[in-house]
Design a protein around this ligand. Sequence first.
Ligand code: ZN
Ligand code: ZN
Length: 331
Amino acid sequence: MAEQYFEMLWDCPQCATPELLGTTHRHCPTCGAAQDPARRYFPKPGAEVEASGHRFVGVDWTCTYCTSPNSAAAAFCGNCGGPKDGAKTAAIVPDNAPAPVPSAPVQSAISPKSKFSWARFVLAMGVLACVVLAFLFFSKHDESVQLVEKTWSRSVDVEQFSAVRSSDWCDAMPPDAYQVSRSREQRSTRQVPAGQDCIDVRSDMGDGSFTKRRECTPRYRNEPVFDTKCSYFINRWRLLRTDRLAGAANLAPNWPSPLLANTLLPANSLGAQRLGSRQENYRITVQSKQGKSWHCDLSPDVWSGLAENQALYLKVRGTGGADCASLKTQP
Ligand SMILES: [Zn+2]
Ligand SMILES: [Zn+2]
């Protein structure tokens, strides 16, 4: 199939006659001005005029003497007879380029520079704030403090073997699930083809004509994917309660001893109880001469080695927090 050509348009810069045809009107039919290839533009979509019978022989050349555009096949200017030698080829207009405007665009009254420097100012302040915070966090000073309070707490979890309600996709259901009920639910979405989006890409041939090429990209839509959801019961050890003991320096740390019910039931039968995990916490409160106080959670050994009213050194960050690992006894 032969390539189809359409007319590029140009407006006469001398008498303002609009929408002259690129291949047909090499000169303005009203005033005779020569066509300037650099001022060619694409017509609005739907307003294209076919250049019937046009054959592409190459990009136009612009006469050095009279600026007329000439066909690549011509060796001499059709207007003034000047030779082709050394002549420049016509400019190619990119698609979606705006039509040339006769007068220079008016300069915007608002300088874009003032907006730009505001953005820079805000950015600079943000960076400065980050630097100051980082400096305060990493800068530490020794604070002379006194230990004012020692506390401890110990807790033990109690677990019970219970029937737990749960749900999963049926292909991921544990094998010991029971009383299963099933339902259809959306599990995911998949993309299915739904036609294509096409646009015309136009190419300036540089000789007053242009060609069109259709470019298409596939379009997709989301479609729900359904699967079977299982609701079920399953027997598992679950946290029933947490027993806790707490005290100060006058009471030695001790573990709670929870009372378990149903201890005569065989293991792994519903209602059976057992001890779960244990947690312990050892905390001191220290105070500076200015009355500022800090908490530190310590290991049991370090905690038991300290006495109330003892004088200590503690490193304090510029941001106010204490570095508890730096705690030292004063000689
Ligand atoms: Zn004209
Ligand atoms: Zn010429």
